[in-house]
Ligand binder design. Structure first.
Ligand SMILES: Nc1nc2c(c(=O)[nH]1)N[C@@H](CN(C=O)c1ccc(C(=O)N[C@@H](CCC(=O)O)C(=O)O)cc1)CN2
Ligand SMILES: NCC(=O)N[C@@H]1O[C@H](COP(=O)([O-])[O-])[C@@H](O)[C@H]1O
Length: 193
């Protein structure tokens, strides 16, 4: 496979972004070339240690699909991997990368998805509904939040008495175990000759 270049989009602490960096540092034909964030205070920015170039955009730029497309294409980016990115991906960027934008959602879609369902909001809703399991959904991104084709779904049991924070920790653990491998396998599946 010809070398494939990834841009990671993140808005927060970036634990998934770091797991992705670690995973793809060991792989020669898939490389992470950029970390983009809409949040100048994102915790990930303090953890990169110059491992990858980064770009901070404001919320206007985050809405500008043509700007984002031109920027990413000028860098030769082939895939966009969202890792706790909290802004809507604009339609013009989706049209430029129709099957090349991947997201991880910390719940078993289609439940607990859509506008407002991010971070702890998700786990609090799962807790409130007394679910006995939660998990992750890795999916392609389309113009509707959390609506794109599912690539993988992995569940984790919720014990009676688990708090939203304990649910978050269980879900984050499987995010870290599976996301990078699912991304790698998906990219390779798109280039199987
Ligand atoms: N076009 C798409 N853009 C994004 C998707 C998607 O599926 N299609 N996934 C999200 C990630 N996400 C869930 O996995 C998600 C992130 C944020 C929100 C949300 O409600 N955001 C708030 C703004 C929050 C903030 O900036 O502080 C909002 O839109 O009001 C929902 C789902 C990434 N983008
Ligand atoms: N709907 C999107 C969403 O809620 N994404 C979630 O944000 C967290 C980011 O953590 P991280 O910054 O430590 O990777 C992760 O749990 C991810 O699933």
């Amino acid at each position: 496979m010809e070398k494939q270049r990834i841009a990671i989009f993140a808005s927060g602490g970036g634990s998934n972004a770091l797991k992705l960096l670690n995973h793809f540092e060991e792989i020669e034909d898939i490389q992470i070339e950029l970390l983009l964030t809409n949040n100048e205070n994102a915790g990930i920015l303090n953890k990169l240690n110059e491992r990858v170039p980064h770009m901070v955009i404001n919320n206007e730029a985050a809405k500008d699909g043509l700007f984002l497309t031109q920027t990413l294409q000028s860098l030769g980016i082939d895939y966009i991997v969202l890792a706790g990115y909290l802004r809507k991906i604009p339609i013009d960027l989706i049209r430029a990368y129709p099957t090349q934008i991947i997201n991880i959602h910390p719940a078993l879609l289609p439940k607990y998805g859509g506008k407002g369902m991010y971070g702890m909001h998700v786990h609090e809703a799962v807790y409130k509904n007394k679910e006995t399991s939660s998990g992750i959904t890795i999916h392609l991104v389309d113009e509707i939040y959390d609506n794109g084709q599912t690539l993988a779904q992995i569940t984790t049991p919720i014990e009676q008495g688990d708090t939203p924070s304990e649910i978050q920790q269980k879900v984050l653990k499987i995010e870290h175990q599976y996301y990078a491998k699912v991304v790698e396998e998906y990219i390779r599946s798109q280039h199987d000759s």
